[in-house]
Write a protein that binds this ligand. Structure first.
Ligand SMILES: [Zn+2]
Length: 608
């Protein structure tokens, strides 16, 4: 076939590599990069001396010294982020870059040093009177970081004495977080024998995960059974891991006198518990509509019971191959219908080679967008394979890049947005793209595929992630009374799935009891309850997109202002200020849920 190939461009992503040379020439051997890191090291050392010499109590005489020190800490954060981001680029473009890995390790050490210094700043903040603290924040240099600094002080005051907190942080490295690393190790080592086309092959769990979205149900079922079987082998150990890390957290909370297990995640995501309740309430009200979608999808798949392994089964299809260049043009064109400014930015990112998309061996998996603070640029990493999903990923990452672009001049502390808002611009772009594609879809098959992509996404965000949330909540409550055995964990998990899916999963074998073991998110000690932020981000972006569609290009300015403020206020204040909506109420969420499910009728019709 290749001799008749008339496509002169060749494979769609060939030679689409990014420009790192303009940042630091010479890759991991760069002399400039080395100097940059050496300066960070030196300045961290001197900051350590400086903070120990600063007066412990604020007064008019020393206020400016503290303000200067905090500014210096912010600059340090930018520099570390810049150097760290670059290291990340190096090792993802070539997983065998040994020097790059070494630099990456060096950077994590600097980051820890930096965090230690910030513990000192927290202790200082906690010790000041409200009046003195406010006077410090009135300093012009700190104004943009006001929210961050107040939040830091507020949380520090909810914690134990600084010396206890720092002991806990140090012990966590080899205790609490070690459980997370052990989990990662087990996950990485597990293998299964997979039978396909008369052959038996050994697969990693990552490879197995891909089989879960096979159009062939027998393959999906086998993948699911092999997954359960693999985790069953180690389930007793994993129960120990989960119990231990939860025990660590609960002890810490008890010492801090924190009653709710949700407090830490809620603080991290800068939102109120009422908002979370309002969001899940709206999700539950959307379940009947989702059931209509599942009923239609069952017809398309030719199955009579919907099981766990049918969640991401594909329907419909797109035969068209889309080259990288075409994808870029399509994305820019589509974004241009909403915002010329954003379209021009995206074109610039493509033209100036901010994107590494080539499909070649030796690259890391996955995709991300990282910001290089000191040059105020972003870099996107992905592997482009000519499919619609790849196009969508490219649009997603370009959304992140635009978000980073809009906050590039914020003070460094005002760039730190919570995970709940991190996906606003990326998912907004995805919606823009899939809606555009739906509008120009050729034939019912392509339309079905696009709609299914959207609705499948809603199913995961509404049910799958809700099940994880319900499990986490009930598990942590019960864990307060003692160790939870493996059988009980299975039971809690099945109950959570029954509740969250509201009867959509059918039959006794429809559930995934060992989901508490197979899903790495339950083990992320750095981010407890890393489930609802996905649902929040999805619905928030959907809600924002809904307004964009209603108000048209006029909304673009509001959208930009909203994104620029994501590191400066709570989720509720952000929504109130820029959208005039109250996130603790039902309205915004109801509308977002309805919009996420707006294609159900059309999907049901086409499926029939
Ligand atoms: Zn993202």
């Amino acid at each position: 076939m290749s001799s008749h190939n008339t496509n002169t461009k060749g494979s769609g992503s060939e030679h689409i590599t990014w420009d790192l040379e303009s940042v630091f020439p010479g890759g991991s051997d760069s002399v400039e990069y080395e100097k940059f890191r050496a300066d960070i090291k030196k300045d961290l050392e001197s900051a350590k001396v400086e903070i120990s010499q600063l007066p412990k109590r604020l007064s008019s005489a020393n206020r400016h010294s503290w303000a200067d020190f905090i500014v210096k800490m912010q600059e340090m954060m930018s520099r570390i982020r810049h150097a760290y981001g670059f290291a990340e680029c190096l090792i993802s473009q070539n997983v065998n870059d040994a020097r790059g890995h070494q630099i990456n390790g060096e950077m994590s050490f600097y980051l820890a040093e930096y965090q230690n210094l910030m513990v000192g700043v927290e202790a200082f903040a906690k010790a000041q009177t409200d009046e003195e603290w406010q006077k410090l924040l009135a300093d012009e240099k700190l104004q943009d970081a006001e929210y961050y600094l107040n939040e830091m002080r507020r949380i520090a005051r909810m914690k134990m004495l600084p010396e206890y907190e720092s002991l806990a942080t140090e012990l966590a490295v080899n205790g609490y977080h070690a459980w997370n690393r052990l989990y990662d190790k087990v996950y990485g080592d597990l293998r299964v024998q997979f039978d396909e086309k008369g052959e038996s092959r050994e697969l990693s769990l990552g490879q197995l995960a891909i089989k879960m979205s096979s159009p062939d149900r027998a393959i999906r079922r086998q993948a699911f059974e092999k997954l359960e079987e693999a985790w069953n082998r180690v389930a007793d150990w994993m129960a120990m891991v989960l119990n231990s890390q939860a025990g660590f957290r609960l002890t810490l909370y008890k010492r801090r006198e924190w009653d709710s297990v949700l407090l830490e995640p809620i603080l991290k995501s800068r939102m109120k518990e009422e908002t979370l309740e309002a969001m899940w309430g709206a999700v539950c009200r959307g379940l009947p509509r989702l059931k209509e979608y599942i009923a239609a999808k069952k017809k398309l798949l030719g199955i009579d019971q919907f099981k766990w392994y049918d969640q991401v089964a594909p329907v419909g299809q797109v035969d068209r191959k889309i080259s990288f260049a075409e994808a870029g043009d399509l994305i820019v064109e589509r974004i241009n219908t909403f915002s010329r400014k954003q379209a021009e930015f995206s074109r610039m990112a493509l033209d100036r080679r901010w994107i590494e998309a080539e499909d070649r061996p030796g690259k890391a998996g996955g995709g991300y967008c990282t910001t290089l603070d000191m040059v105020k640029e972003s870099r996107i990493f992905m592997t482009y394979g000519d499919t619609f999903t790849d196009l969508s990923t490219l649009a997603h990452e370009l959304g992140h890049a635009y978000h980073q672009h809009l906050i590039r001049d914020n003070s460094p502390f005002a760039k730190a947005y919570p995970m709940t808002l991190a996906e606003t611009a990326s998912l907004f772009n995805e919606l823009l793209i899939v809606d555009g594609a739906l509008g120009s879809a050729e034939g019912d098959d392509e339309k079905l595929m696009m709609m299914d992509l959207k609705l499948r996404n809603a199913l995961i965000k509404f049910c799958n992630l809700h099940a994880r949330f319900i499990f986490d909540k009930s598990f942590y409550e019960e864990r307060k009374t003692g160790i939870i055995g493996r059988t009980r964990l299975d039971e809690l998990m099945v109950n959570a799935q029954k509740e969250a899916f509201g009867g959509m999963l059918e039959g006794d074998d429809a559930y995934h009891p060992l989901f508490w073991a197979s899903k790495l998110h339950f083990y992320l000690t750095g981010t407890p309850f890393y489930n609802y932020p996905y649902t929040f981000g999805f619905l928030f972006a959907t809600g924002v997109y809904n307004l964009a569609r209603r108000e048209g290009p006029e909304f673009a300015m509001k959208y930009e202002a909203l994104l620029a403020d994501t590191g400066r206020m709570s989720c509720e204040d952000l929504a109130m200020k820029h959208l005039g909506t109250d996130l603790t109420g039902d309205d915004f969420w109801n509308r977002a849920v309805n919009m996420a499910l707006e294609d159900v009728d059309e999907f049901v019709k086409l499926a029939g």
